[in-house]
Ligand binder design. Structure first.
Ligand SMILES: NC(=O)c1ccc[n+]([C@@H]2O[C@H](COP(=O)([O-])OP(=O)(O)OC[C@H]3O[C@@H](n4cnc5c(N)ncnc54)[C@H](O)[C@@H]3O)[C@@H](O)[C@H]2O)c1
Length: 125
């Protein structure tokens, strides 16, 4: 797959599927905007991209916050001029428990990341 100079934004790219996708996109020629709210793991993904000869930048952002989503979109456009590929991947999995034991705040947290975060990403990108 030739993605030479395509600009990819990957959210939740500090771990798991997001990190693996970022490395794969970069190894196929894409420049990757690595987004995560965890600064340490996000920066580590960029280091791994560079170690394999690729290019990328890290943007610390919480995908559930509109201003943070605008921040990663602006960083992508300011640095690379456009966005060609968007992987709206960041999400959290709650601990498995009976519905009656899930606190309202936990429900709100999950929905704000897994649902609103996806909406905000689509909206601003
Ligand atoms: N792994 C699976 O089997 C599986 C199954 C179904 C769905 N998913 C979904 O796929 C996606 C990736 O899963 P994974 O297994 O790689 O998860 P993971 O926990 O390894 O990685 C998720 C990343 O998202 C980041 N993140 C979490 N909340 C964030 C926020 N508010 N803003 C920015 N970054 C945030 C985390 O810091 C982490 O780096 C998630 O959305 C998950 O819900 C995964």
């Amino acid at each position: 797959m030739d993605l030479l100079n395509k600009i990819a934004v990957v959210t939740g790219a500090g771990s798991g599927i997001g990190r693996a996708s970022s490395l794969k996109l970069a190894s196929n020629g894409a420049k990757v905007v690595v987004v995560d709210f965890n600064k340490e793991t996000g920066e580590e993904t960029v280091s791994l991209i560079k170690e394999q000869g690729g290019e990328g930048i890290f943007v610390q952002a919480d995908v559930s916050k509109s201003e943070d989503v605008q921040k990663y979109v602006n960083a992508a456009v300011d640095t690379y001029g456009r966005i060609d590929i968007f992987f709206n991947n960041a999400g959290v999995i709650q601990k498995i428990s009976p519905l009656t034991e899930i606190e309202d705040a936990e429900y709100d947290r999950i929905m704000s990341i897994n649902v609103k975060g996806v909406f905000l990403g689509l909206k601003h990108v």
